[in-house]
Design a protein around this ligand. Sequence first.
Ligand code: FAD
Length: 314
Amino acid sequence: MSIFQKTAIALARSSALGRAMRTLAARSSLARRFVGGADVGAAVRTALRLRDHHGIRSSLFYLGEYVADPAAIEHNVAQAEAACGALGAAGLDVHVSIDPTAIGYMHSDALGAANARRIGTAARVAAGGGRDWVVLDMEDSGIRDRTCALHRDLLAAGMPAGLTLQARRRRTPEDLAWAIRQRTSLRLVKGAFPERALDHAGRARIDQAYLDAASIMLSPEARESGFFPVFGTHDDRLAGAIMALARERGWAPDDFEFEMLYGVRPDWQLALRGMGYNVRVYLPFGADWWPYAIRRVGENPRNAWLLARSLTSD
Ligand code: FAD
């Protein structure tokens, strides 16, 4: 991890700075770039604009992670339910992403699981027989097994649950082997929580692990089970290799999806869409935008000017 990225993570963790930014600039240029709206209504308007102007789909995510306070947990769950309802009412596909640590797992597994079912039920009702997915984000290794168990429980209960797996973790192929035999959606990402003891070492090895996992996700076995592959990356080199592999294996562009973060490489999002591929953006909304947005800055030093503008002229 670069010094720049480490600094950004430290800034993201500063709750005093986060509070200050929230009051100083509710919609700074940094927030506008990476966050789809301050509330669910604004987020849905952004999702409608992306669909109508660019044919890009959205997955709504309410900002707020690692929450132990029951009132804050309830608030996060209510926002996810509201997002499902608003997406359905707007005629958009009902697709939300959730962090297990935001919906109760920091309090107790029972509360987290019950809340995940609540959100799954809200998604199902809002979709009214249309497309719906509740995708579980994958956080640090401390919550990994419980996230995978939750995914299995939700699928067993007939809920529209998807899962995120991190290519950087050496254990990922084991979880993938189970998932590709299910009618589920699996989002493959490189992984944002480095843990040296558990990870492949270095960028090249992680990229290779990503391609190896992509090959499993595009296998004939995955195809037969009704598995839906999602490639969560902004890496055009990886996307090129995935497109070639999919073509070679007979997967049509409609049979899988690329997913990127709202505001990150929008040019590449449009280019992929122009080539006829499904593109979805992970669209965060809410007032607690600082930790999320500053992590995006850390991923690319070229975003530093956005931070400078937010702190000075906004
Ligand atoms: P990189 O090699 O990091 O980047 C590829 C290219 O994109 C480079 O040119 C790079 O400069 C550019 N780029 C990347 N980020 C930015 C940025 N912020 N601004 C400008 N350019 C940028 N991680 C988890 O651990 N758990 C999750 O649940 C999770 N969910 C995710 C969901 C989605 C839809 C996406 C897209 C990512 C998610 N991530 C998650 C984050 C992911 O693990 C990576 O940290 C992140 O996507 C960067 O990796 P990359 O594949 O884009 O490749």
